[in-house]
Each structure stands twice: as structure tokens, then as C-alpha cells.
Design a protein around this ligand. Structure first.
Ligand code: CAA
Length: 380
């Protein structure tokens, strides 16, 4: 067992850290307030190789491993979780899904553009009546021979307003239940596909989250990913990796808040000394550091298992469950260390606190992670 990062991993980590400091930190408060994220910044993340970290270089990707991806996610999330969720959905759900299960034509068509940051991709599983209960898909894709006719509504879709390609899960054969679900690549601008309202969110406000509507959208059969009926398995398999990405995001949010609290504790004075000299603050910092380290070990272990081609669904669920709780705990304590200053925007910890909450919800709520973990440990 080796807990050291390689020289290469350290370089990836430090370049992501530098990018976050120089490109994401300026304007992060304003982007959060305005609920905006400029396309130029997405392009810059593409130029850095963040949009398709693990994609084969022949499709424009970075050809790196999952641990590199996790290190990038951690560093970006310390500063801007809105940026990192775009990176996460692009990498874990869209790029991984296309690279692993897509046809050669689909890979060539979509991956280079996503990798370059020309556009993002979106993963469309959730619906008004199908969130945690993902098999209850109401969106339909009726088989018409050489094409499908797609009808339905998708909810809470990350990158919903800015993507070029949308991976849409839809029910083709209801009699087959989840085995009748397909995943279709739907391109922006396809007639009948409408981008609906943008959500006004508690956190990750810079990222755009939309409702999507499909009304008699004609999708060629060549846009289907995998065999007929593979859609639900496709969603579950990609989400196993997605949960590592979100766990890394939660870890980064926690680590970002902790770093701010640590720095502040050496600057702020009360009762004649730095607050870091007070045991009340020291114990908070000690607990925060310990929880973050435990979360980090779980996240890196899940990434290492994926890289070693071992089963990683259990580790991914554990990492996400634990890291998201740590993000909630640590960001709350970071505000407490800052006192009143922690409650206002310019000290950044209040944003990290708001951003932390979503990590307990998307890509499987904490309750779903417990369900996945319980099924593994019980052998069900
Ligand atoms: N890998 C491969 N196959 C899997 C799998 C996995 N990890 N998990 C389940 N499956 C397969 C099962 O083997 C089964 O297949 P067969 O019937 O052919 O054997 C099929 O999927 C159905 O599985 P279950 O019977 O276990 O289904 P279930 O109804 O009990 O639900 C669940 C399983 C784990 C709860 C699932 O519904 C789930 O993960 N729900 C949460 C959905 C979710 O994470 N949504 C996130 C939305 S995406 C998002 O948030 C992105 C974003 O924008 C940030």
C-alpha cells in the first residue's frame, strides 16, 4: 500500500490548483450571485484538459487516470463547485459513457468537441416523477424502425442550457420495465427539443440546471448507445463512476472551507491572541482535518479501484456518502470559526456551505448510497 502521489499526479494537482486560483477565484462571488458561467471559462477549462481528463487522446482527451481526475475535481471544487460540477458531469457521465459504450461514430462526433470545451454534455435521467426511483422513466422513445420518436420531460439537468449533446434515458418497451429503457444522444437544436426553465438554486448557482422538454423529437437509431434496452444499465454503470467525481467535489468543498478557516484562525485575534491559540478553535480544526483525511482516503481508494479495473460501485457509494457528510460538517464549522465574517459573501465559506448540500442529493442521494452499500454488504 502506497499513500504517496506520483510526480505526475502532483503536477496535475498543482496545475489544477493554479488554474483555480488564477482563473476561477476572480469573479466566483459574482458568478454565484448572477447565476452565470461564461462560455469562455468553459473553453479555458477545455484548453487545460479538464473537460475530458480520462478520454483517449485520439478523441482529444487527456488519456489520464481516475486519480488525476479526482485531484482536478478536488482542486477546482475548493474554489468553485459550479465549475467542478460541469467538469464532473462532462467527465464521469458523458465522456465516460460515450467512450466506454458509444459507437465509433458517436465518439468521433462528440468527444473532441466536449474535450475542447466547445460545448458541454448533459446526462438526462431525472424526471419530475423519477429521481431516486430512476426505473420509473415516463419519457418515451417509440421505435419507428430506423429512428425513435422521443416525448417527455427531464428535470434538474446540469449543463442543461449550454450542452451540444444530451444523453437521454427513455422508455421504449414498458412491458420490459427497466430492461426496455434506451439511452439516446440528442443534439441541441433537434426539432421538438426545447430547453425549459433554469432553476434558481441554493448552491452551485453558477452552473446551469434546466428542465428539458421533448415533443415528437426524431432521433436516428444510430444515436442509441449500446444494444436495445441497455439504457438503464448504462445509467447505473456511468453513475458508479459519477459518484467518485461528486465525492471528490465534496472533498474539495470541505478542504477549501478548511483551508480558509485555518488561515483565518491565524489572522483573527480575540481576547488578546490569535483565535488559533484557543482550544475551542484548535479542536474544530483538528476534527475538520481528520474528517477530510478520512474522506480523501475513501475517494482516492475508489479512484484507485476503478483504475485497477476492480469493482468500484461499493467504494464509490461509500466515498460519496461520507465525503458529502464531511462537506456539510466542515463548511458549517468553517463558518463558525469565521464568526460573523463567515456569514457574508466576501469570505467565501458561506458559498461553500451552500454548495455542499447538493453533494448529498445529486448522482444519488445519501439515502440511495446507503441502499447501494447495504445491498453490497448484505449480498442482495
Ligand atoms: N451497475 C450495473 N447494473 C446495475 C447497477 C450498477 N451499479 N445497479 C443496478 N443495476 C442493474 C441491476 O442489475 C438490474 O438489472 P437486471 O434486472 O437486468 O438484473 C437493474 O439495474 C435494476 O436494478 P435494481 O433492481 O437494483 O433497481 P432499483 O429500482 O431497486 O434501483 C437504484 C436501483 C440503485 C436505487 C437506482 O434506481 C439508483 O441509482 N437511483 C438513483 C438515481 C440517481 O443516482 N440519479 C442521479 C441523477 S444524475 C445526476 O444527478 C447528474 C447531474 O446532473 C449532476
Amino acid at each position: 500500500m502506497n499513500f504517496d502521489l506520483t510526480e505526475e499526479h502532483r503536477m496535475v494537482q498543482s496545475s489544477a490548483r493554479e488554474f483555480a486560483q488564477t482563473e476561477l477565484l476572480p469573479g466566483v462571488i459574482e458568478r454565484d450571485t448572477a447565476q452565470e458561467f461564461p462560455n469562455e471559462l468553459v473553453k479555458k477549462m477545455g484548453d487545460q484538459g479538464f473537460m475530458a481528463v480520462m478520454v483517449d487522446p485520439q478523441y482529444g482527451g487527456g488519456g489520464m487516470d481516475t486519480l488525476s481526475y479526482v485531484l482536478i475535481m478536488e482542486e477546482l471544487s475548493k474554489i468553485d463547485a459550479s465549475a467542478s460540477v460541469m467538469v464532473s458531469v462532462n467527465n464521469s457521465l458523458v465522456c465516460y459513457g460515450l467512450q466506454e459504450y458509444g459507437t465509433e461514430e458517436q465518439k468521433q462526433k462528440y468527444l473532441p468537441k466536449i474535450a475542447a470545451g466547445d460545448y458541454t454534455g448533459a446526462f438526462c435521467l431525472s424526471e419530475p416523477e423519477a429521481g431516486s426511483d430512476a426505473t420509473s422513466q415516463q419519457t418515451t422513445a417509440v421505435d419507428k424502425g430506423d429512428h425513435y420518436i422521443l416525448n417527455g420531460t427531464k428535470n434538474w439537468i446540469t449543463n442543461g442550457g449550454r450542452s451540444g449533446v444530451y444523453l437521454v434515458m427513455a422508455q421504449t418497451d414498458r412491458a420490459k420495465q427497466h430492461r426496455g429503457i434506451n439511452c439516446l444522444c440528442v443534439e441541441r437544436g433537434t426539432p421538438g427539443f426545447q430547453i425549459g426553465k433554469k432553476e434558481d438554486k441554493l448552491g452551485i448557482r453558477g452552473s446551469d440546471t434546466h428542465t428539458l422538454m421533448f415533443s415528437d423529437v426524431k432521433v436516428p437509431k444510430s444515436n442509441r448507445i449500446g444494444e436495445d434496452g441497455f439504457g438503464f444499465k448504462f445509467a447505473m454503470k456511468t453513475l458508479d463512476g459519477g459518484r467518485i467525481g461528486i465525492a471528490a467535489q465534496a472533498l474539495g468543498i470541505a478542504a477549501g472551507a478548511y483551508e480558509l478557516a485555518l488561515k483565518y484562525s491565524k489572522e483573527r485575534k480575540t481576547f488578546g491572541k490569535e483565535i488559533a491559540q484557543h482550544q475551542a478553535i484548535q479542536f474544530k480544526l483538528a476534527d475538520m482535518a481528520t474528517k477530510i483525511e478520512a474522506a480523501r482516503l475513501l475517494v482516492y481508494k475508489a479512484a484507485a479501484e476503478k483504475d485497477a479495473h476492480l469493482p468500484y460501485g461499493l467504494s464509490a457509494a461509500m466515498a460519496k456518502l461520507y465525503a458529502s457528510k464531511v462537506a456539510m460538517d466542515v463548511t458549517a464549522e468553517a463558518i463558525q470559526v469565521h464568526g460573523g465574517y463567515g456569514y457574508v459573501k466576501e469570505f467565501h465559506v458561506e458559498r461553500l456551505y451552500r454548495d455542499a448540500k447538493i453533494t448529498e442529493i445529486y448522482e444519488g442521494t445519501s439515502e440511495i448510497q446507503r441502499m447501494v452499500i447495504a445491498r453490497h454488504v448484505l449480498g442482495m
